[in-house]
Structure formats: C-alpha cells, structure tokens
Write a protein that binds this ligand. Structure first.
Ligand code: NAP
Length: 256
C-alpha cells in the first residue's frame, strides 16, 4: 500500500485518479482549493484517507498546503494534477500579481515539489499541447507578448515537462515523469473529447503503483503507458535550470 497525494482531486482526472487508487487500497490524500470543495471531494471519494486545502493561485496558500500535506505524509507518490485551461480572453493576474495559468499550472507544482519531503515517485500532468509550447523565460508573465490563452496553456504544459525532467536529473533517487492523459471528457476537456475518465487516469495510476521496469523509469514523457518524445526544448538542461531559477525567484523557495 502506498501513500499518495493527488492535487486537484475534486473533479475530472484528479478525482478519477484518487478514486481508482483508493479503490485499490492505497492511502490517498485528496486536495481541494477550499473546505467546501474538500467536503465535496470527500463525499465523492469516501475511502480517501484525508483532504488538504489550498488555492494554488496563491503562494501563501500553496505554502500552507505543503505544510498541511506534509503532516499527512510522508508520501510515496505525489501526482501534480491540478490545472486550469487556456480559455481566458485576457490575462488574469492572481493576488500575487502573477499570470494565473502560469501560477496554477507551473509555479504551484514547483513550490509543492520544493516544500514537500521527497516522495519516491512524482508525476506531473502535461498535455499533448506541450508540443506547441515555447519557452519564454524572459516573459513568463506575458507582459511583453500579445495575449494568447491557448499559447499560455501550451507553454505552461511544456514547463511542466521541463519541471518533471529537471527534478528527475536533480534527484536521481526519485522517479519523476510527465504524463499526457489524452483528450478526456472533463470540465476542461469538454463534451467532445475522445476519451473517458478511466483512460485519463490510467497512466498516472500505473506510474504511481506498478513496479515493472517500464513503470519505474525517470525523466520520461508518457501517454497511454507508452514513452513518447516531448517538445525538444524540454530536454534542454540549461533551459530546465533557468526555469527552476525563475520559479525559485518568483516563489522565494529554492529546489533543495
Ligand atoms: N481533460 C483533458 O482533455 C486534458 C488533456 C491534457 C491535459 N490535461 C491536464 O490534466 C489535468 C486535470 O485536468 P482535468 O481535465 O481533470 O481538469 P478539471 O476537470 O477542470 O479539474 C481540474 C482540477 O484542478 C483543480 N484546480 C484548478 N485550479 C485550482 C486552484 N487554483 N487551486 C486548487 N485546485 C485547483 C480543480 O479544482 P475545482 O474543481 O475546485 O476547480 C479540479 O480539481 C490538468 O493538469 C490538465 O492540464 C487534461
């Protein structure tokens, strides 16, 4: 039995991942943005071991979340699943003055990774749209470019792959991988998506729990349990280090 934290487990792929893992007998800790959503998540996944709260668009709440989660750990696995899509017609700034998609999808998983004790396995949710992402470390907050929400999402999902690869390189004892869940019928994926929730959660559940050589690699990009090549920029170690440095500066926390 493993102890597993799944961020963004109130809905969609995260809730399915948490429910499947809990159903397999693992000790699963849910995460919700607030107590109300936490109660709803508990009702949806009644065999979860607990729930922690924190809005990932707030650095202070994300720091507190890491502290609360650590008390329910240590975790064998952390699944960085929470995320928001790219539909915003104009950039939205969070209370920290940061671009919303970047903060929730990239800076929050970075900060949680840096603050939580190292688990044996880390899984970062990316998207096939990472292939369309481009690294703009000089303009992470979209101050200089004309806003394009889908580009902001694609860039963020590329940064998630870079984060997974950077952590894999920095922490060789940890298996750190990125997963494209496919196009899944969720609130984010929409009703026209091609696949259902179980497919969307399957690779994360497998990477979290399977001990086969295929599932215990590190620094890989998966879709449907198969390794794929990610955006070429994801493999650039200089860019990976610069992304970590940018996240450290924005969050005030270095990756140990
Ligand atoms: N669905 C797809 O086709 C697809 C494709 C590629 C990649 N992905 C990735 O898969 C992951 C899950 O997506 P999904 O389709 O399951 O999305 P979803 O149904 O919209 O669920 C997103 C989850 O993240 C949580 N979340 C969002 N913003 C948050 C914040 N500020 N603080 C705390 N929690 C927050 C949501 O909480 P609330 O319920 O309270 O909002 C919810 O639990 C994302 O990382 C996404 O980029 C999805």
């Amino acid at each position: 039995m493993a102890t597993i934290l799944v961020t963004g487990s109130t809905d969609g792929i995260g809730r399915q991942t948490a429910a499947t893992l809990a159903g397999q007998g693992h000790r699963v800790v849910l995460h919700a943005r607030n107590a109300r959503r936490g109660d709803q998540a508990r009702a949806a996944v009644p065999d979860a071991a607990g729930v922690v709260h924190g809005d990932l668009s707030s650095l202070a709440q994300t720091r507190d979340l890491a502290g609360a989660a650590a008390e329910l750990g240590p975790f064998d696995v952390v699944v960085h699943n929470a995320g928001i899509g790219g539909g915003q017609p104009a950039p939205v700034l969070t209370g920290d003055g940061l671009e919303h998609i970047f903060q929730v999808n990239v800076l929050a998983p970075y900060l949680l990774t840096a603050l939580l004790p190292r688990p044996a396995r880390l899984i970062y949710l990316t998207s096939g749209l990472e292939a369309d992402g481009a690294v703009h470390l000089d303009d992470l907050q979209w101050g200089a470019r004309r806003w394009d929400g889908m580009q902001a999402y694609s860039d963020a999902k590329l940064y998630d792959v870079m984060l997974a690869f950077a952590v894999a390189r920095r922490w060789p004892e940890v298996r750190s991988n990125a997963v494209d869940p496919g196009w899944i019928r969720t609130r984010m994926g929409g009703p026209d998506a091609t696949d259902d929730l179980p497919e969307g959660a399957d690779t994360q559940v497998w990477l979290a729990t399977d001990d086969s050589p295929e599932a215990t690699v590190t620094g890989a990009y998966f879709k449907r349990r198969r390794q794929l090549r990610a955006n070429p920029q994801a493999y650039d170690e200089t860019l990976q280090e610069e992304l970590l440095a940018a996240c450290a500066k924005l969050s005030g926390v270095d990756l140990p």
